[in-house]
Design a protein around this ligand. Structure first.
Ligand SMILES: Nc1nc2c(c(=O)[nH]1)N[C@H]1C(S)=C(S)[C@@H](COP(=O)(O)OP(=O)(O)OC[C@H]3O[C@@H](n4cnc5c(=O)[nH]c(N)nc54)[C@H](O)[C@@H]3O)O[C@H]1N2
Ligand SMILES: Nc1nc2c(c(=O)[nH]1)N[C@H]1C(S)=C(S)[C@@H](COP(=O)(O)OP(=O)(O)OC[C@H]3O[C@@H](n4cnc5c(=O)[nH]c(N)nc54)[C@H](O)[C@@H]3O)O[C@H]1N2
Ligand code: SF4
Ligand SMILES: [Mo]
Length: 885
């Protein structure tokens, strides 16, 4: 029977409500939940494609020890034994957990409880260290607690929205859609984007400040002084609710206007305009994300922003406030349970003896960690130098996502005992596990997550557990019991864990801690199952509707006041001529992190199918790098080879490379192998956006493109990048030298049976070569090679995987690499929901569609999730500008 289940999207921190429909034949489709207050029915391209990512291909379905299938009992016994042995021999600090903002709150709560309360170490850190820790540190310095004061509605209600270090259009697409809709309805609303790159997000901006990398502190410290000298300070607010104003002002005064201009590299008029807008607009929201957090001055950046909001009293009121956008679906839930190595549970502080005592009494635990544990970068250093004897990695892929990733991989390989809980069998990290535990994935697991605006929503299961996969919380519970902690780990369901988590939030909490969901204690399993999304705080007896913090003070420092932080901008001047470029890393619209899920969708992979480096055309010319050629990016830590994309959206001297590609999808594109392990001194967050690198052309003897129905294997090529395509796979290639026999190269790579003869074309002189293999009417694989990057129309070639090839003429057309008149090349995909390519959009513009709406009517493009609307607008503008020339 057909079923519909309300759940939450497992990707970004927007936390959209999803309705999953399971048809009678088991097919899953999804749509946005119109009742969910985060998205009101909207979804982005990734959310819309969720149904395509839940197949069992590549899943780990049974526990394994050293690659051999075992029973759960054996695997759990071994994990408990090895952790206990290490603790007995070397003490509690010889073991570590490295977990994730993609765990559910219930999983996370147990991991933290086991490590901090029962093992007695704080060596649990999380990928949120790479993500939110500068925001956490900044909040705690300013507010005395890790509190996000506002709600999404504020972004819609503001008259000025500042997006700094955030590519909202691609990374928080549904908030972007809400913002775009609000701006369309109220055109007086202003948007300022602060980002060294001109991203898709900057297309909505009234003002784009392309600041120099890491000059944010100078920009906002300068703004702080400007606000003071222009009489914009809310004297009452500052006097009643804050401390440290004078010191912060004195420090800010040391920075001259010239210095601000010099550091930021902004034209005077732009800087003035930004300061004027901020000074004259009451309702300002400043949203920030990784361009702020992932920096060696990340915490200072956060506080330089908060200082401006505190000084003007623009915080916690409608349409006002600093707003840290969380990345992962449960980044916020992880902070609630205290998953970071320097936090306790329920927003209590590990440095505070009273808090430690309170948590220990609540848990009735034999011990409690006495000091902060190792932060991610230090944790993997400790793994490398042998201090950590046993490591459990859960729901994260550090061999791809940690800075100095090659060293992280070496450390994991050398660690005496590594447990990995994942949903896939083959990831760059999972392949080094001694014990691999099969976890439940989205749609199979059940629990809660908290989004960027403190809204707790349910993820609900609507699929059966595949094979013997089990929930992460269950794995932790079982190991804890085997380590002797039977009473404290007696959980039979995630509802029971949530209940304890809620109870701890309210335990001896008389308003001294922001995180309080006491109202949800004791609600029981049925109420948990039907729980509707709610925002915290929700203390006992005081169900609250709108929840904002700090409009009239009430900060969580001892004296109830907020702190201004005196900030001195630090320089990031580069002097090493060997590494003259600034590498900036981040995300693309249709991939999620290390691609273990989004990489399964042909539709999502069609948007950008290859790892790339965005370079300014003049830099590229100077370095001898051609458009669509390959480029090698190197630092003292490692190197990567990716496709060169020349664009003036990129500032001179900077290179942008996405963080997503890894050894499962490309030969050498794990960009974190190049990223230096430098961190913010306060938060320990890596500076993944400003890395000194060299860039040079990677010259190949042959370039290639291939399509194949079977997944390519044994890939022997200097460069390759693999992506899922409709009907099979697409493969970009480059070779150091021509192969002796391309036919046998194809046979081994594409698993072509011996009896299948190739259809081919080769031109010795030009080096052009095309080979195709057919079985019956179907194409098995086709390879296109040339001495220069191959110009074959990609999407047309891919469409041949699903086309019929009974007709010999069609086979020859394929080998000729030419689309027939009956099947024009749609061009690179722009709209992934309806698979509309750039050539189709250009065609429609030529036929008179001159607005995004008109394109939508003609081609459907941009009418579902809307994530591509900015790109469509760019294509229209480009065509019209070209026509006008
Ligand atoms: N499509 C997609 N969406 C995602 C994710 C994903 O993997 N894919 N991941 C989610 C997660 S976990 C996170 S943390 C968020 C991240 O969301 P964002 O932070 O929005 O994404 P990023 O691309 O990492 O970086 C944002 C921008 O910071 C800019 N930047 C670089 N250096 C500086 C600087 O010095 N100053 C300023 N002001 N800006 C700078 C970059 O050019 C980049 O455009 O996205 C979430 N959403
Ligand atoms: N250079 C550079 N590096 C970065 C960043 C950057 O901008 N630049 N961004 C950083 C940021 S903000 C983040 S958040 C990280 C993200 O980096 P990671 O956390 O390493 O990336 P994911 O691919 O999300 O890893 C999640 C893993 O969990 C598995 N998984 C999925 N569902 C489940 C489940 O239910 N249970 C279990 N046990 N496993 C599951 C997936 O298959 C995958 O292997 O990357 C960081 N690294
Ligand atoms: S914006 Fe997209 S990825 Fe983020 S929660 Fe919503 S649907 Fe999921
Ligand atoms: Mo993140």
């Amino acid at each position: 029977m057909e079923r519909e289940v309300k759940t939450t999207c497992p990707y970004c921190g927007v936390g959209c409500g999803v309705i999953a429909k399971v048809a009678e034949d088991g097919k899953v489709s999804v749509k946005g939940d119109p009742d969910h207050p985060s998205n009101f029915g909207r979804l982005c391209s990734k959310g819309s494609a969720l149904g395509e990512t839940i197949d069992l291909d590549g899943r780990i379905l049974y526990p394994e020890i050293s690659g051999e299938r075992v029973k759960w009992e054996q695997a759990l016994d071994l994990v408990a034994q090895r952790f206990s042995d290490a603790i007995n021999e070397h003490g509690p600090d010889s073991v570590a957990f490295y977990v994730s903002g993609q765990l559910l709150t219930e999983d996370y709560y147990l991991a933290n409880k086991l490590m901090k309360g029962f093992i007695g170490s704080a060596n649990i850190d999380t990928n949120s260290r790479l993500c939110m820790s500068s925001s956490v540190a900044g909040h705690r310095r300013a507010f005395g607690s890790d509190t996000v004061p506002g709600t999404y509605e504020d972004i819609e209600l503001a008259d000025l929205v500042i997006l700094t270090g955030s590519n909202l259009a691609w990374c928080h697409p549904v908030i972007y859609q809400r913002l775009a809709a609000a701006k369309a309805a109220r055109p007086g609303m202003k948007v300022v984007v602060i980002d060294p790159r001109r991203t898709m997000t900057s297309d909505i901006a009234d003002l784009h400040l392309a600041i120099r990398p890491d000059s944010d502190v100078a920009l906002f410290v300068g703004l702080f002084s400007h606000l003071i000298s222009n009489g914009c300070v809310d004297q009452n607010y500052v006097a009643e609710h804050t401390n440290g104003f004078a010191e912060a002002f004195a420090t800010a005064s040391n920075l001259s206007s010239n210095e601000i201009l010099e550091r930021t590299g902004l034209p005077t008029m732009q800087l003035r305009e930004f300061y004027r807008l901020f000074a004259t607009t009451e309702k300002v929201v400043t949203c920030y994300s990784q361009g702020v957090n992932q920096s060696s001055s990340g915490t200072d950046k956060v506080n330089s922003i908060i200082n401006c909001h505190l000084a003007t009293g623009r915080i916690g009121r409608q349409g006002m406030g600093p707003f840290s956008l969380t990345g992962q679906p449960n980044a916020m839930g992880g902070r609630e349970v205290g998953g970071l190595a320097n936090m306790l549970a329920a927003h209590m502080a590990i440095e505070n003896a009273e808090d430690r005592d309170r948590v220990q009494r609540f848990w009735r635990s034999p011990r409690i960690a006495q000091k902060p544990g190792l932060k991610a970068v230090d944790m993997f250093k400790a793994v490398a130098d042998g201090r950590i004897k046993a490591l459990w990695v859960m729901a994260t892929n550090p061999v791809v996502s940690m800075p100095d990733a090659d060293a992280v991989e070496a450390a994991i390989k050398a660690c005496p005992f590594v447990v990995v809980s994942d949903i896939l069998r083959e990831t760059d990290t999972a392949r080094h596990a001694h014990v691999l535990l099969p976890s439940l994935g989205w749609g199979e697991k059940s629990g809660t997550v908290t989004n960027s605006e403190r809204r707790v929503s349910r993820q609900r299961a609507f699929l059966d557990a595949p094979g013997e996969a089990r929930a992460d919380w269950w794995q932790l519970n079982e190991v804890a019991r085997r380590m002797g902690f039977v009473e404290a780990f007696d959980f039979g369901s995630n509802a029971e864990i949530f209940d304890e988590h809620a109870a701890l939030s309210a335990f001896e909490n008389t308003g001294s801690r922001d995180f309080d969901i006491g109202a949800y204690v004791g609600m029981g399993e049925p109420a948990y199952d039907t729980m509707v999304p709610f925002q915290w705080p929700q203390p006992v007896g005081k169900h609250r509707g709108i929840t904002r913090f700090f409009a009239s003070g009430g900060f969580f420092h001892q004296d109830g006041k907020a702190r201004f932080i005196a900030i001195e901008p630090t320089g990031s001047d580069r002097t090493n001529p060997d590494y003259p470029f600034t590498l900036n890393t981040g995300r693309i619209r249709d991939q999620w992190h290390t691609m273990t899920r989004t990489g399964k969708s042909a539709r999502l992979s069609a948007h950008i199918a290859e790892p790339f480096a965005e370079l300014h055309p003049r830099d590229a010319i100077e370095a001898g790098i051609g458009n669509a050629g390959l480029v090698e990016i190197a630092s003292p830590y490692g190197r990567a080879i990716v496709r060169a994309l020349l664009t003036e959206r990129q500032a001179r001297g900077s290179i942008f490379v996405p963080m997503h590609w890894n050894d499962q999808f490309a030969a050498k594109a794990r960009i974190d192998a190049v990223v230096a392990p430098l961190t913010d001194p306060v938060s320990g967050q890596p500076a993944s956006k400003n890395v000194a690198v060299a860039a040079r052309p990677f010259k190949a003897a042959r370039y290639g493109f291939a399509v194949s129905t079977a997944k390519p294997d044994n890939l022997d090529a200097a460069y390759w990048a693999l992506a899922k395509a409709e009907g099979g796979w697409r493969l970009e290639l480059a070779f150091d030298q021509a192969a002796d026999d391309w036919c046998s190269w194809c046979r081994s790579t594409f698993a072509i049976p011996e009896d299948v003869e190739p259809l081919g074309y080769a031109d010795e002189q030009s080096g052009d070569l095309r080979l195709a293999f057919f079985a019956g009417k179907r194409l098995l694989a086709a390879l296109f090679l040339a001495r220069e990057p191959v110009a074959v129309a990609r999407n047309w070639a891919i469409s041949q995987l699903t086309a019929e090839h009974g007709d010999l003429r069609k086979r020859f057309a394929l080998v000729a690499g030419r689309p027939g008149a009956d099947k024009p090349d749609p061009g690179a995909t722009v709209c992934s929901c309806f698979s509309v390519g750039v050539n189709q959009i250009v065609g429609a513009v030529r036929n008179g569609c001159h607005s995004v709406e008109a394109i939508g009517k003609e081609l459907n493009a941009g009418t579902n999730c809307g994530s591509c609307r900015a790109e469509i607008r760019g294509i229209i503008d480009g065509c019209l500008a070209a026509a006008a020339e």
